[in-house]
Write a protein that binds this ligand. Structure first.
Ligand SMILES: [Zn+2]
Ligand SMILES: [Zn+2]
Length: 244
């Protein structure tokens, strides 16, 4: 009986050892490390799917550092030092170095030519902060369609458009292709102070640009180019814009 017990124990230990070895090898196999010349740390380079990139992008844009750390630890089997090292090399603005802020980065997982720091520099959706600020400045309330005659909307202006929508998944091309719109928030009013639900509808050109990761800025209709591309509902605090 005792012999059998020892045998089982041995077998348990062996299984445990083999499993941890497999886990270690699996981790080693999937992780490459890159040396950062600036801080002399080794940073894990993660193989990321489109969905994972988007999740990381959204958490980074929202400055949710703790959730980001938890996600990296849980999803990629990292320890907290490895997760923190990634976060400190995850630049928030595309092509802008996380250390020296020079806008000289080129491509993903790259070294800053100015200071030598390693940057994740992940590709971001073309629906981004740059596009949203262009759209914000293009909203001409003189030419807007609206039915609420009691409002004098000509003096309205837009004080910001949220570049991370309520449903971040709507930023994935497969979802945009299906729904052809992104719904976000915009600040609009005489002082740009009211929160509006903004529906951004995609036309043929903008869908094509999105698919090919080309900037959406020239898909914003210019003055006199397209009639009625902005519809405003002041009572329900909703705005709709139609891209080209
Ligand atoms: Zn570094
Ligand atoms: Zn730099």
């Amino acid at each position: 009986m005792a012999k059998l017990y020892i045998k089982t124990q041995k077998l348990n230990w062996l299984t445990f050892y083999l499993l941890s070895e497999i886990k270690y090898l699996k981790k080693k196999n999937f992780t490459m490390r890159i040396y950062c010349k600036k801080c002399k740390e080794e940073i894990v380079k993660l193989p990321l799917t489109e969905e994972q990139k988007l999740d990381i992008y959204v958490l980074r844009q929202n400055n949710s550092v703790l959730s980001l750390e938890k996600k990296l630890i849980d999803d990629f089997n990292l320890n907290s030092d490895e997760a923190r090292a990634i976060i400190s090399h995850l630049n928030k603005r595309r092509d802008c170095c996380v250390v020296c802020e020079a806008e000289t980065l080129n491509g993903e997982f790259t070294e800053c030519p100015d200071c030598g720091a390693f940057n994740y520099n992940l590709e971001e959706p073309v629906f981004n902060i740059e596009f949203c600020s262009h759209l914000e400045w293009s909203l001409d309330f003189d030419r807007v369609e609206h039915e609420d005659i009691e409002y004098y909307v000509q003096s309205f202006w837009c004080d910001g458009i949220m570049h991370v929508p309520e449903d971040p998944e709507s930023l994935l091309y497969k979802n945009l292709e299906k729904h052809k719109q992104i719904i976000t928030k915009a600040w609009i009013g005489n002082g740009g102070e009211n929160i509006y639900e903004m529906k951004i509808k995609f036309g043929k050109k903008s869908l094509n640009h999105y698919k090919n990761r080309k900037s959406l800025i020239d898909c914003i209709p210019k003055a006199n180019e397209q009639e009625k591309w902005i519809t405003l509902d002041v009572n329900r605090r909703r705005i709709e814009v139609q891209l080209k």
